[in-house]
Design a protein around this ligand. Structure first.
Ligand code: AVJ
Length: 322
């Protein structure tokens, strides 16, 4: 093999798929669930009766919108409202509407890695809420935060909704919060959602819906490997399996091979062998309580100011300062 002729750029996806499927035990990152198909499946998940997270955060915003936006800008001097991983903005619109009605001076800055997602959200807001100043930001979270810190001295309120932090185990969550800390001026705030520990069955049901949408979402990483790396996974030979450990608060998703099989991934020149019932770990969805969130914040140099929750305390949004 001539290395000069083989000078192909290896993408992060290729590298991580190779690493994860040659490791023992096997794993793949949940960030690869999200392509056009995956985004659509996640929209369906958010509408599932079992998936309480989105609905509950929406209810918390509706019930507390006035107090929430007051806590963003106590001195009414104006601020930038930055949302990391903005999605379709349905929940955020409640807060934007409230800020608008109460005449707060703010600019909404949704941040996403996908130009497409940002374009869609910005044009939707320009139509539906033309009075709200919106500046979409495309890029990696921390690259954008860096850019913003250099750009303006305005106060920042950084939102991370949907319990997105739950995809990180505690050490990586602390790394993430430390990076937020570094991007913050002393008066800046973080407004962040953490899904709470609850009846273990309710957690399991949220990630194992009857209609199989979550299973399809989980298997979408295999579809992507088939499409993008020329693989031949047979999706019917893997089952979606969810576990929840009430002690650690960690929900985990797996794809389990239901027979001994070999899969080819041509673009990686890789053959992957599966024993019968061997697993691929694909996602963690961490659940929290006040003590854990307090510990994560303290480890990162941050401090909880207050929190907002629903009547079952299924989900909490924390206002956090430096
Ligand atoms: C978007 C990461 C918060 O873990 O609850 C939903 C993703 N995975 N169903 C979550 C997800 C399966 C979701 N987060």
């Amino acid at each position: 093999m001539n290395s000069k002729e083989q000078k192909t750029v290896i993408s992060t996806f290729e590298k991580e798929v190779y690493e994860g499927l040659t490791a023992f035990p096997k794993y793949l990152s949940s960030k690869y669930f999200y392509d056009e198909v995956g985004d659509e499946l996640f929209q369906q998940i958010m509408a599932l009766p079992e998936y309480y997270l989105t609905r509950t955060e929406y209810e918390i915003f509706k019930a507390n919108k006035s107090e929430i936006v007051k806590s963003f800008d106590t001195y009414q001097k104006g601020f930038d409202l930055i949302e990391l991983g903005a999605g379709d903005g349905k929940k955020t619109k409640i807060l934007l509407q409230e800020l608008q009605e109460k005449n707060y001076n703010f600019t909404y800055m949704p941040v996403d890695i996908s130009q497409n997602a940002i374009d869609g959200l910005v044009s939707d807001l320009d139509k539906g809420m033309p009075q709200v100043k919106t500046q979409g930001q495309v890029g990696e979270y921390f690259e954008v935060l860096d850019r913003l810190r250099q750009m303006s001295d305005r106060k920042k309120v950084i939102m991370v909704l949907g319990s997105n932090i739950g995809n990180l185990l505690h050490p990586r969550a602390i790394q993430f919060l430390k990076k937020l800390y570094k991007a913050m001026h002393p008066e800046d705030l973080v407004f962040i959602g953490f899904d709470q520990k609850k009846h273990p069955q309710k957690v399991l049901d949220a990630y194992n819906d009857k209609t199989g949408v979550t299973a399809a979402f989980n298997k979408n990483v295999l579809s992507r490997i088939n499409k993008e790396l020329n693989g031949n996974f047979d999706l019917d030979k893997f089952i979606h399996w969810e576990t929840y450990d009430p002690e650690s608060g960690t929900a985990k998703s797996y794809l389990v091979s239901n027979e001994k099989q070999t899969v080819d991934i041509n673009d990686l020149s890789l053959q992957v062998h599966f024993e019968a019932w061997e697993s691929i770990h694909t996602e963690i969805s961490q659940k929290y309580d006040d003590d854990i969130v307090k510990w994560l914040a303290e480890e990162s140099g941050l401090e909880i100011v207050k929190s907002f929750t629903d009547k079952n305390e299924d989900y909490k949004n924390y206002l956090i300062k430096k």
